[in-house]
Design a protein around this ligand. Structure first.
Ligand code: CP3
Length: 340
């Protein structure tokens, strides 16, 4: 698999590409399948439909990897927090963690209740071409904890930060519990057939450096170490979003470092390029304009070259109103431009 070889810095015939949120509303094919499920959570739990949407970007875009169709919030949901996906608002936990008592009431071993996720992984792997990789994923502890504390996305993260600075032990207990769940969850995805595993730390940039190292990165470090011992041949990808200024502090036991669009790739290459394969980081909004997209691709290849050590991706997820034709063109462009 070109993608897996690239994760381990092997030479490949071209630079592999996949896109965060490559399965989603910008594809009419996704919308058609989405309508067949009662709501988004039901779609995530329906093995047949979730398999179908996981495979759509492979068929439509010809990307090098499929990513499991699911959501990072299913795990905290199974730990006991009621979850809704409200149209034009996004996800919302209608009950949140307020104190140590709430935290202790959470279900442990919840990852065992996500059997349908592992079934989707096996079902996709069985249908996927042998040359294409399947990426399994989880939210990182800090990002999942913020959703559990806030109930929803936040601009200030004030609830999370208040409890972090007033009751750090409670937050650590929550992060510990989440780390154990995530290790179990990703281990099971690997056993079901995932070829690579990715941790999304979307709200990493909400914390000052010291707090991020203590409450965010240290748990990522623990999780990647545990997974590396169990599955040395499965590459691990970490994506801490919004931490460009902290790059020098983010070392650990993983293969691929995902760069958000806010990280200048030149800087990431200088600081981390010798340690990790870099993945990223075309600004998704460039896909609104074919010109801006081509310019972005050329800039990235100008910096990263066409040798091993780089995987092409967007710097965050595909947006629902991006033109699908440009997504298709992006894959074609990256493949032809990077032919060795
Ligand atoms: O194609 C893929 O990337 C795989 C599937 C995937 C989804 N969510 C599907 C989804 C993945 C990897 C995620 C991860 C995820 N979910 C993250 C981390 C990555 C990031 O974006 O930072 C986060 C923070 C979430 C939480 C979440 N789920 C939000 C904030 C939203 C609403 C945003 C929106 O675009 O509406 C979701 C819903 C969601 N997850 C959708 C999809 C396809 C849209 C749901 C719909 O069809 O209505």
């Amino acid at each position: 698999m070109v993608f897996i070889d690239a994760c381990f810095r092997q030479e490949t015939p071209y630079t592999p590409i996949w896109m965060m949120r490559q399965a989603g509303r910008y594809l009419s094919e996704y919308q058609a399948v989405r309508k067949r499920a009662k709501n988004f959570l039901d779609l995530c739990a329906d093995v047949k439909l979730a398999t179908e949407v996981t495979l759509q970007p492979i068929e439509i875009l010809d990307v090098d990897a499929a990513i499991l169709f699911s959501d990072i919030l299913l795990l905290p949901h199974k730990m006991g927090l009621p979850l809704e996906f409200l149209p034009s608002f996004g996800p919302k936990f209608t009950q949140t963690i307020q104190n140590l008592e709430d935290m202790k009431a959470l279900k442990r071993g919840a990852y065992k209740d996500l059997g349908f996720v592992y079934e989707i992984v096996s079902s996709v792997r069985a249908k996927l071409d042998k040359s294409k990789a399947l990426i399994g994923f989880s939210g990182a502890p800090w990002t999942l904890a913020t959703y559990m504390l806030e109930g929803q996305g936040s601009k200030t993260y004030s609830r999370s930060k208040k409890i972090l600075y007033t009751e750090p032990a409670t937050v650590h207990a929550l992060l510990e519990a989440l780390s154990d769940e995530i290790i179990g969850y990703l281990d099971m995805q690997a056993q079901a057939g995932a070829n690579a595993l990715m941790l999304f730390d979307s709200w990493a940039g909400a914390l000052e450096l010291e707090a991020y190292l203590e409450f965010g990165w240290s748990y990522i470090d623990k999780i990647t170490k545990a997974l590396k011992l169990k599955h040395p041949k499965i590459p691990l990808i970490v994506f801490p979003k919004g931490v460009g200024a902290y790059l020098g502090h983010l070392k650990g036991d993983f293969e691929v470092f995902g760069c958000g669009w806010g990280v200048p790739l030149k800087l990431a290459k200088e600081i981390l390029g010798g340690h990790y394969v870099l993945q990223g980081n075309l600004e998704p909004a460039r896909l609104y304009s074919q010109e801006a997209m081509v310019e972005g691709v050329e800039h990235i290849f100008g910096l990263m070259g066409k040798k091993a050590g780089f995987i092409f991706n967007l710097g965050h997820g595909m947006l629902p109103d991006l033109p699908r034709a440009n997504a298709i063109e992006l894959v074609r462009l990256v493949r032809t431009q990077s032919k060795r």
